[in-house]
Design a binder for this molecule. Structure first.
Ligand SMILES: C[S@@+](CC[C@H](N)C(=O)[O-])C[C@H]1O[C@@H](n2cnc3c(N)ncnc32)[C@H](O)[C@@H]1O
Length: 249
């Protein structure tokens, strides 16, 4: 099932939460000269236009990044704000970087990127937009594709898992995937984003992940009263083996 399209949701509060944490993680992981491997299991199209009909239809970005940047919600020197500024300078004021564009901006020539996207049209957009010698775009299942790539020759790295959770069983299967991934590539930092919905399907998943015997960082961003909204009331991120620089603040 591939009916989810991120263009309707890009720049909403949950997306900004994920992207700001991702930018901080990438900066923490690139403090040393040695290259890293960055893998995304669910990449999307890479770059979004908040003036698009999809974005206007839901209005989610208006409540998200469009209003957030009117307030000092993050310091100007935060890597997310710097990336947003650089992307907007290059692609225009209504552009919005997805996770691949953030990684492309913050990573260096010695780093390698593998971006998986299964949706045919999203994959085409991604391939046209996010280019570079060290960037590999795969039209394949991100779970199987990632397991086939690890461990990598660049031993340090980050895997971002950002599913659309269209199928309820994904809340369970993603835990199994993370356990396998950690066993195959024990040095990897693994970041999982999840939505917080009224049905609270994320709760069993987070409990299982936090009960595992690995170092983890957990952040939840609740932006609405669960009783007053129909859909999303917050978002969360669990990071397995967070880099010291990231976890300390
Ligand atoms: C939440 S969006 C990704 C957003 C992106 N990470 C960002 O922050 O800019 C999820 C994407 O995963 C894709 N997708 C769904 N199942 C997939 C799978 N098994 N493997 C790879 N991509 C998949 C969807 O087509 C969709 O574009």
């Amino acid at each position: 099932m591939l009916s989810y399209q991120h263009a309707y949701h890009a720049g909403n509060r949950a997306d900004v939460h994920k992207h700001a944490l991702l930018a901080k993680l990438l900066v923490a992981l690139t403090q040393k000269d040695r290259g890293i491997t960055y893998i995304e299991t669910h990449a999307g199209r890479g770059l979004y236009d908040l003036a698009s009909p999809e974005s206007h239809k839901t209005g989610e970005a208006k409540d998200g990044i469009i209003n957030l940047i009117k307030t000092p919600f993050l310091p100007e020197d935060h890597p997310y704000m710097q990336t947003l500024g650089a992307v907007r300078k290059k692609y225009g004021a209504s552009s919005y970087p997805g996770s691949p564009a953030i990684a492309q901006h913050l990573l260096r020539p010695q780093d390698t990127l593998h971006l998986f996207e299964l949706h045919p049209q999203e994959h085409v957009h991604l391939k046209q937009t996010i280019t570079g010698q060290n960037i590999h775009i795969h039209h394949a299942d991100g779970y199987a594709g990632t397991l086939a790539k690890v461990p990598t020759t660049l031993t340090r790295g980050l895997v971002l898992i950002d599913p659309s959770y269209e199928i309820k069983s994904e809340y369970e299967s993603v835990v199994e995937f993370m356990v396998k991934l950690h066993a195959a590539w024990p040095q990897a930092v693994i970041a999982l984003w999840y939505p917080m919905l009224k049905a609270r399907l994320h709760e069993a998943m987070t409990q299982k992940l936090l009960a595992c015997d690995w170092l983890s960082y957990h952040d939840e961003n609740i932006f609405a009263d669960p009783e007053s909204v129909r859909g999303l009331y917050g978002s969360g991120m669990i990071v397995i083996q967070p880099p010291y620089q990231f976890a300390k603040n």
